[in-house]
Design a protein around this ligand. Structure first.
Ligand code: DGY
Length: 334
């Protein structure tokens, strides 16, 4: 990293290609290095990249703990390009005096839209029907082919009722679906009223939901929050939608339940150990699969990048939030 004088600009490293026009907002204040390919770095490569940086913008593929920042003596902020931050050991960053920020809020609506896309896709068997059509099987239109299930009047369950869960609930009005939810702490009454959702305990949520959407973060407490025991409480006609994080669902248990039709269907955007998938999931026709794209719209990915940039700028005293990154997760370090 060489010797640096006090007049050198601080350095920022961006771990992946994003939106150059947005990253350019850093340039007046920082010396910016951007990885030009989408590649997962191993722990020692990552540590070598972080060493000598004053700020970094990283993504879920970058797992950052005490070891990775051990040699990063100048590092003041790790800005995550995601709302979820299970890739970052926040306690270890706090111990090292490093701020951590996420991209809360700017992706709520895109992710909620996508949860509904998956829900409807599963209910109407869209992706299986498309695979069948593309395979050249459509020779005659049959009255009773590809029958799906209606959503109107069915109960929507939401596990994890934060800002994304609430955005999902709001959309249920148009589909005429009553909403129940479970959260560690019930929402204030006026918020419940605004999204017409009723708090129930977890067993009730599992037993009563026709469509169960997961919208909670992955933490040690939520790992396998949906495993064999929970799946057994669900209706055999129910469908599970995961737009949250791989690891919240025990994918092996889910694949077994789908195979045995103990659960009618699922739609998954996230997987345990992704980009690898549990191989059984790939063989099942009653599951819709997508490659972790719930927040992937041009508008939202750009807004996420912009917010990460805002957090870095703020940490170094620039911009409207000077001194206090707007999405800081460990304000104790300030
Ligand atoms: C998030 O923001 O946590 C998503 O999973 C990645 O966009």
């Amino acid at each position: 990293t060489g010797t640096r004088s006090m007049t050198d600009k601080p350095r920022v490293w961006v771990s992946r290609p994003t939106f150059p026009g947005v990253i350019a907002r850093l340039e007046p204040h920082f010396e910016v290095t951007v990885e030009d390919t989408e590649r997962k770095l191993g722990p020692s490569e990552l540590a070598a990249r972080l060493a000598g940086q004053d700020a970094v913008i990283v993504g879920l593929k970058d797992r950052i703990g005490a070891a990775e920042v051990g040699a990063a003596e100048r590092l003041r902020i790790v800005a995550n390009l995601a709302v979820g931050y299970d890739n970052i050991d926040v306690d270890a960053m706090s111990a090292a005096g490093i701020a951590v920020s996420n991209t809360a809020d700017v992706l709520n609506e895109s992710v909620a839209d996508y949860a509904w896309a998956l829900l409807l896709g599963a209910a109407r068997r869209m992706t299986a029907a498309e695979r069948w059509l593309r395979a050249g099987h459509w020779h005659a239109t049959e009255f009773k082919a590809w029958l799906g299930t209606d959503v109107r009047g069915r109960t929507l369950g939401i596990l994890g009722m934060g800002r994304i869960g609430q955005a999902i609930a709001h959309r249920a009005v148009g589909f005429g679906m009553p909403v129940i939810y479970h959260n560690r702490s019930p929402l204030p009454e006026e918020v419940e009223r605004a999204c017409r959702a009723r708090h129930v305990d977890k067993a009730q949520l599992l037993g009563e939901s026709d469509f169960l959407v997961l919208a909670l973060p992955l933490t040690p407490r939520t790992r396998h929050a949906i495993g064999a025991a929970e799946l057994a409480l669900m209706k055999p006609t129910a469908m599970l939608i995961n737009i949250a994080r791989g690891g919240i669902v025990d994918d092996a248990a889910l694949a077994a339940a789908l195979r045995d039709r103990r659960l009618a269907g699922a739609a998954l955007d996230v997987f345990e150990g992704e980009p690898k998938l549990h191989p059984a999931l790939l063989t099942l026709d009653n599951v819709v699969l997508s490659p972790h794209i719930a927040s992937a719209t041009t508008e939202t990915r750009r807004a996420m990048t912009s917010l990460a940039v805002d957090n870095v700028l703020a940490m170094f005293g620039h911009g409207p939030h000077a001194g206090r990154p707007p999405n800081i997760l460990n304000p104790n370090v300030l």
